[in-house]
Design a binder for this molecule. Sequence first.
Ligand code: EPU
Length: 293
Amino acid sequence: MGWLSGFESICQADVPLADCTWYRLGGPARWVLEPHDEPQLAALLCRLRDEQIPWRILGRGANVLVRDEGFPGAVIRLRGPCFEEISIEEDGVIAAAGVDFPHLIRQTLEAGRCGLEVLAGIPGSLGGVIRMNAGGRYGEISRFVEQVSLVDSSGNLFTRRAAELSFRYRHAELNGAVALGARLRLPAGDRQAALDRYREIWQEKSGNQPPLAARSAGCIFKNPAQQSAGRLLDAAGLKGVRIGSAEISTRHANFILAHPGARAAHVLDLIALARDRVWNLNGIKLELEIDIW
Ligand code: EPU
C-alpha cells in the first residue's frame, strides 16, 4: 500500500481543491488526509517526513490560491471534534486550530469574553489566523494569544508562549510546525458593548470591501511599511482591470475577484501586472499576503 499504509481510512486521492477554498479555483491535491486526533496527525507528519512527501495544512481556505495544476502532495485538514473544540474559561478561551474563526469570535462574545470583536469579518481557521497573525485596523490575533500548542514535522508535541513566536505584521515564527490550538486571553466584560462593536466593525468592512460571499482571498498583498497596498494599487489605476475572468475589485484595489470561468492563472497574471505597475510607479515591491500553492 506504499507510504499510506495505516492511513488509508483518513485519505482521499485526487481531491479538487477548488471545493475547499474561498476562491474556488485551482486543480486537485494528490491526497487529502483528515486525521482524527493529535497523535494520528503526529504519526502522519513523521511518515510524510520519512517518505519525503510535500505537504500543506489547509485551514478554511480563506487566504490561499491553488494553482490550476493543483498540489502534487498531501493536504492535511484539521476537522472533526478533536480539532474543533472550544472551551470557555474564566478569563479566556482554549480553542483548537481547526475551529472556524468567525464562529470562535461569536462564541466568545456570546459567553461574555471580550476582545475578539475587533477582529470581526476575518475568515479562516484559528490555526490559519495564528500562523499569519491575521488582523486589521483594530488589532491582530497576537494581542490575545497566551500560548500555542504545536506539533513539528517530526511529530513532537510542544507549547510556546506568545513571546516565543516572534509575532509581527502578518507573521508568526512557527518554524514549520503546525499549530494545534491556542489559549487566548479574553477577559469577561461588557457583552453587549462588545457585540455592538463587532457589528460596527462588520458594517465598516462591508462598506469598503467586497462582500465575503465574493470569490476572493481577502487582501492579496501585505501593506508596505507606513503605506496601504490598496491605496497604492488604486492610485496606479488598477481598479476594475481584468485578465480573463479575474478582476481587481472596484471597491478595494487589494482584492482580486474570481468571476465565473476564472482560472488561477488569471489571478496570477493580475498579481504580476499589479506588482509591476506599483514597482514602476512607486519603486515599491509589494509582498504577497496570500499563500500560493
Ligand atoms: N484605499 C484606497 N483605495 C482602495 C483601498 C484603500 O484609497 O482601493 C485607502 C482607504 O481609503 C484608506 C487606506 O487606503 O484610507 C487604508 O484602507 P483600508 O482601511 O481598507 O485598510 P487596508 O490597509 O487596505 C487592512 C488589512 C485588511 C483589513 C483592513 C481593515 C492588510 C493588507 N489589509 O486593509 O485585511 O480588513 O485593514 O481592518 O493589512 C486581509 O488581511 O485579507 C485584509 C483584507
